[in-house]
Design a protein. Structure first.
Lengths: 228, 406
């Protein structure tokens, strides 16, 4: 398989990003009712952080759920039912963070109505609301044609892949990744790779896993490159 | 040299981030150049910032015994201990900083970024009204449950800063400015963490009469009740010979700490009839010895009853060791049951996990591999430096944005 593309697009500038986390400016939550109240008023940046930026935050952990609300529910509130309901949410499937917020609050309301008590945690196990600033910087690498992805992809950092493949969905109009957006500007030959990228269920993967999956999607093109 | 450990990408990230900060005047201020975790950090942070093209410098404040007694009270008070805070103490504190300010003010007022480490130099901001740069209070202490009187005084000072940095969200206090989180890190090339030859490791074991053929369980910590050394011995005794093992409790010298000496004596007493237990009181600079003991160990124990971040846990994980740690503080962030070790609340829990691991060498290996990978990716000094650079860039481009292009 090979790309059969005519260049009719701007070069792709490879970027990378770094995160600095900060307190979310919202009180901590020591029980499920407080969590619900805080989520309903916290800045959108907090929601985005706890759902999406968990992947790029320094951690010693590889939790079973991708968002912090589900992890807290499972580990500290010890409510696996709630954890699973929150854990399945994919923030990129919502039109906006406000819509995501509504759904989260709704799930918690449902859970509160099912329980005969308000689950709480000991002091010190509170849910702490955080947010982050992402600084985006140039890697000094420019791709002229989709074929160049084959060579560059394996050398990209996890945070660079996060920025172009995941974070892009909050920046782009059609909520897609930067690679797909770029490749769409080329002629035939890219559709299969675009489809392969589209089929990656990225939200449930760690960044190293995501990188491996994307490289696997690129494999047919890599083999061709090697042959040449 | 760091490139060999962290890889090209991590170094490239630092270089790219620093590009926009080249020439920026950055001043770090703390109260000592030798000893303690803050000085250790500044010993690598300042030169690395310079290597990246920033105009970074490190200043220290000077003070007499009375000043350091007051700041020691601040330190203890911030950690929640009951301490006295009198007007004369405040006067002694402020007067010392007024003296220091005569020398430091021209440097600080011209800086683009001033990082004031811990409470000792914090009052300097009030003395530099003409400053042009951003002042950031870097608090390395857990201030989650401070003595109210001490905190009220220091909060008033800290509130005037442009931002503060804490090591963990749990350690932070509400302040009227952005509070950033930068977790600590370890230096992989330092004496305490660099690679050692098997010969050097073996020599260290020989020096203390520890067998290299029998599994070693090691806790590295000061002789302090909060580190629960007696609990570790209890846990070891509960193994009751069911698995062959040796226990090493290694800690820094405590001759200047009356309570530390008392705890050391208790530990000696608790271990006196057991030749499988080694109590090692080491000088504060015995970094290579500690490194060798950690590397020779099969499992690392950190059964603290109260803990800050717990960098000894990070150090153990860097050396691919599983950790049996107390279910407290930063240990909880680092140790995850069945993945990187076990969290325990009792000597019984520690004994159970010691036995479980000692009987499953494959598990030890797998946990060690996972642990090293987490530390390599997230807890080496390159990540720490990257976050400082990111913070400065975020300031430069406006903190109201959560996505900043440079």
């Amino acid at each position: 398989m090979a790309f059969n593309t005519e260049k009719n697009n701007m070069p792709f500038e490879v970027k990378d990003c770094a995160l600095i986390t900060r307190m979310g400016g919202v009180d901590t939550a020591v029980n499920l009712r407080e969590l619900r109240e805080r989520i309903s008023v916290c800045p959108q940046a907090c929601l985005f952080h706890h759902f999406s930026e968990t992947l790029v935050r320094p951690t010693f952990d590889d939790p079973e759920f991708r968002n912090d609300f589900a992890v807290w529910s499972a580990r500290l509130l010890r409510d696996r039912v709630l954890a699973e309901r929150l854990g399945i949410l994919n923030p990129y499937s919502f039109d906006s963070l406000e819509q995501l917020r509504e759904v989260v609050v709704d799930i918690i309301d449902d859970r509160l109505s099912e329980l005969p008590f308000i689950p709480s945690v000991p002091i010190g196990d509170d849910f702490i609301f955080m947010q982050a600033a992402t600084v985006v910087f140039d890697c000094g690498i420019t791709l002229e044609r989709p074929e160049d992805l084959v060579k560059v992809f394996p050398t990209m950092s996890n945070s660079s892949i996060y920025y172009h493949f995941i974070e892009a969905r909050r920046r782009t109009e059609d909520k897609t990744d930067d690679f797909t957006n770029w490749m769409q500007g080329f002629g035939s030959g890219c559709e299969k790779l675009i489809d392969a990228f589209k089929n990656v269920d990225f939200y449930y993967l760690t960044l190293p896993e995501l990188k491996k999956t994307l490289i696997k999607a690129l494999n047919p093109f890599m083999l061709k490159s090697c042959d040449e | 040299m760091y490139r060999d450990v962290v890889g090209d990408v991590a170094i490239m990230q630092l270089q790219e981030l620093a590009e926009d900060l080249k020439g920026a005047k950055v001043v770090h201020v703390n109260s000592t150049r030798i000893g303690g975790g803050v000085a250790e950090i500044l010993h690598w942070l300042t030169p690395l910032m310079i290597d990246l093209g920033l105009d970074a410098s490190w200043e220290i404040i000077e003070g007499n015994e009375q000043f350091f007694n007051v700041t020691k009270s601040f330190h203890n008070g911030l950690q929640g201990n009951r301490v006295a805070l009198t007007n004369s103490m405040i006067e002694a504190y402020q007067e010392t900083l007024v003296e220091n300010n005569k020398r430091l003010c021209p440097i600080l007022e011209n800086a683009d970024y001033v990082f004031i480490h811990d409470p000792q130099p914090a009052y300097l901001l009030s003395l530099c009204p003409q400053h042009k740069g951003k002042w950031i209070w870097r608090c390395h202490i857990d201030v989650s449950h401070p003595n109210r009187k001490v905190w009220n005084y220091l909060k008033n000072i800290a509130s005037h800063y442009d931002a503060s940095i804490f090591s963990m969200p749990l350690f932070a206090q509400r302040l009227p400015h952005p509070q950033f989180i930068i977790a600590p890190s370890i230096d992989p090339l330092s004496e305490k963490n660099c690679d050692l030859t098997q010969k050097e490791i073996n020599r260290t074991l020989e020096r203390f009469g520890i067998s290299k053929h029998i599994p070693i369980l090691t806790q590295v910590s000061r002789f302090d009740r909060f580190k629960d050394p007696i609990g570790v011995i209890e846990a070891f005794n509960l193994l009751n010979g069911s698995v062959d093992a040796q226990l090493v409790l290694a800690g820094g010298g405590a001759s200047d700490d009356p309570e530390g000496e008392a705890v050391y004596q208790e530990v000696l007493e608790a271990a006196k009839d057991d030749d499988r237990i080694f109590i090692l009181k080491l000088p504060n600079d015995a970094h290579r010895t500690i490194n060798a003991l950690q590397r020779a160990s099969t499992i690392i124990i950190q059964k603290s009853l109260q803990e800050g971040f717990g960098l000894t846990v990070t150090e153990a994980m860097w050396k691919s060791k599983p950790v049996i740690g107390g279910n407290v503080g930063g240990i909880r962030l680092q140790v995850h049951n069945h993945h990187t070790g076990f969290l325990v609340d009792t000597p019984e829990g520690a004994a159970l996990r010691m036995r479980e691991l000692l009987r499953q060498p494959d598990k030890i290996k797998a946990m060690g591999k996972t642990s090293k990978s987490f530390v390599t990716q997230n807890f080496l000094l390159t990540r720490h430096l990257r976050e400082y650079l990111t913070l400065m860039l975020a300031f430069r481009r406006g903190l109201e944005n959560d996505l900043i292009s440079v």
